[in-house]
Design a protein. Structure first.
Length: 123
Protein backbone atom coordinates (compact mmCIF):
# COMPACT_ATOMS: atom_id res chain seq x y z
CA UNK A 1 0.00 0.00 0.00
CA UNK A 2 1.36 3.42 -0.97
CA UNK A 3 1.15 6.03 1.78
CA UNK A 4 1.22 9.73 1.01
CA UNK A 5 2.11 12.67 3.16
CA UNK A 6 0.47 16.00 2.50
CA UNK A 7 1.67 18.87 4.67
CA UNK A 8 -0.93 21.52 5.33
CA UNK A 9 0.22 24.85 6.75
CA UNK A 10 -2.55 26.84 8.37
CA UNK A 11 -1.93 30.22 9.89
CA UNK A 12 -5.54 31.29 10.49
CA UNK A 13 -6.71 30.40 14.00
CA UNK A 14 -10.38 29.84 13.11
CA UNK A 15 -9.54 27.61 10.15
CA UNK A 16 -7.03 25.57 12.13
CA UNK A 17 -9.47 25.12 15.02
CA UNK A 18 -12.17 23.86 12.65
CA UNK A 19 -9.80 21.39 11.00
CA UNK A 20 -8.51 20.11 14.35
CA UNK A 21 -12.09 19.63 15.57
CA UNK A 22 -12.92 17.59 12.46
CA UNK A 23 -9.80 15.44 12.79
CA UNK A 24 -10.62 14.89 16.48
CA UNK A 25 -14.12 13.70 15.53
CA UNK A 26 -12.59 11.28 13.01
CA UNK A 27 -10.23 10.03 15.73
CA UNK A 28 -13.06 9.56 18.23
CA UNK A 29 -14.97 7.54 15.62
CA UNK A 30 -11.93 5.29 15.10
CA UNK A 31 -11.42 6.52 11.53
CA UNK A 32 -8.02 8.19 12.01
CA UNK A 33 -5.17 8.64 14.45
CA UNK A 34 -4.02 12.04 15.66
CA UNK A 35 -0.88 13.11 17.49
CA UNK A 36 -0.38 16.67 18.72
CA UNK A 37 2.81 18.39 19.74
CA UNK A 38 3.03 21.93 21.05
CA UNK A 39 6.50 23.43 21.06
CA UNK A 40 7.01 25.53 24.16
CA UNK A 41 9.72 28.14 24.76
CA UNK A 42 9.42 27.59 28.52
CA UNK A 43 9.85 23.78 28.56
CA UNK A 44 13.18 22.45 27.25
CA UNK A 45 11.67 18.99 26.58
CA UNK A 46 9.24 20.62 24.14
CA UNK A 47 11.75 22.56 22.08
CA UNK A 48 13.47 19.99 19.90
CA UNK A 49 13.05 17.18 17.42
CA UNK A 50 13.75 14.46 19.98
CA UNK A 51 10.92 15.62 22.24
CA UNK A 52 8.53 15.83 19.30
CA UNK A 53 9.41 12.37 17.97
CA UNK A 54 9.11 10.76 21.41
CA UNK A 55 5.73 12.36 21.98
CA UNK A 56 4.37 11.38 18.55
CA UNK A 57 5.53 7.77 18.95
CA UNK A 58 3.91 7.51 22.38
CA UNK A 59 0.61 9.05 21.27
CA UNK A 60 0.29 6.86 18.18
CA UNK A 61 1.16 3.70 20.13
CA UNK A 62 -1.72 4.46 22.51
CA UNK A 63 -4.16 4.50 19.57
CA UNK A 64 -3.13 1.40 17.65
CA UNK A 65 -1.94 -2.09 18.58
CA UNK A 66 0.28 -2.18 15.49
CA UNK A 67 1.88 1.16 16.43
CA UNK A 68 2.30 -0.10 19.98
CA UNK A 69 4.19 -3.10 18.59
CA UNK A 70 6.58 -0.76 16.75
CA UNK A 71 7.27 1.18 19.95
CA UNK A 72 7.70 -2.04 21.92
CA UNK A 73 10.33 -3.28 19.44
CA UNK A 74 12.19 0.02 19.78
CA UNK A 75 11.98 -0.24 23.57
CA UNK A 76 13.27 -3.82 23.62
CA UNK A 77 16.07 -2.97 21.17
CA UNK A 78 17.37 -0.51 23.76
CA UNK A 79 17.60 -2.89 26.71
CA UNK A 80 14.02 -2.37 27.83
CA UNK A 81 14.41 1.37 28.10
CA UNK A 82 17.78 1.51 29.85
CA UNK A 83 19.37 3.09 26.74
CA UNK A 84 17.99 6.01 24.76
CA UNK A 85 17.40 5.55 21.04
CA UNK A 86 19.03 8.05 18.71
CA UNK A 87 16.95 10.62 16.86
CA UNK A 88 17.44 8.56 13.69
CA UNK A 89 16.06 5.48 15.45
CA UNK A 90 13.07 7.50 16.68
CA UNK A 91 12.51 8.75 13.12
CA UNK A 92 12.74 5.14 11.91
CA UNK A 93 10.11 4.08 14.44
CA UNK A 94 7.80 6.85 13.30
CA UNK A 95 8.35 5.93 9.67
CA UNK A 96 7.50 2.32 10.51
CA UNK A 97 4.24 3.46 12.09
CA UNK A 98 3.39 5.62 9.09
CA UNK A 99 3.92 2.76 6.65
CA UNK A 100 1.99 0.04 8.49
CA UNK A 101 -0.42 -1.93 6.35
CA UNK A 102 -4.12 -1.33 6.98
CA UNK A 103 -3.34 1.80 8.98
CA UNK A 104 -5.93 4.53 8.64
CA UNK A 105 -4.94 8.15 8.13
CA UNK A 106 -2.59 9.67 10.68
CA UNK A 107 -2.72 13.38 11.37
CA UNK A 108 -0.05 15.41 13.14
CA UNK A 109 -0.81 18.77 14.68
CA UNK A 110 2.16 21.00 15.51
CA UNK A 111 2.07 24.40 17.12
CA UNK A 112 4.95 26.91 17.23
CA UNK A 113 6.61 25.07 14.37
CA UNK A 114 9.06 27.93 13.86
CA UNK A 115 11.14 26.53 16.75
CA UNK A 116 11.76 23.22 15.00
CA UNK A 117 12.41 24.88 11.66
CA UNK A 118 14.97 27.15 13.27
CA UNK A 119 16.71 24.14 14.82
CA UNK A 120 16.81 22.26 11.53
CA UNK A 121 18.23 25.24 9.65
CA UNK A 122 20.95 25.80 12.26
CA UNK A 123 22.10 22.17 12.65
Amino acid sequence: MQHSIFPLWITDFLTSSTIIEEITRMNEAGLASIAKFYFDFRDSSKQDVRGALSSLLTQLSAQSDACCDVLERLYKAHDIGSKEPSEDELRGGLKSMLTLEDQGPIFFVFDAIQLILWELVHM
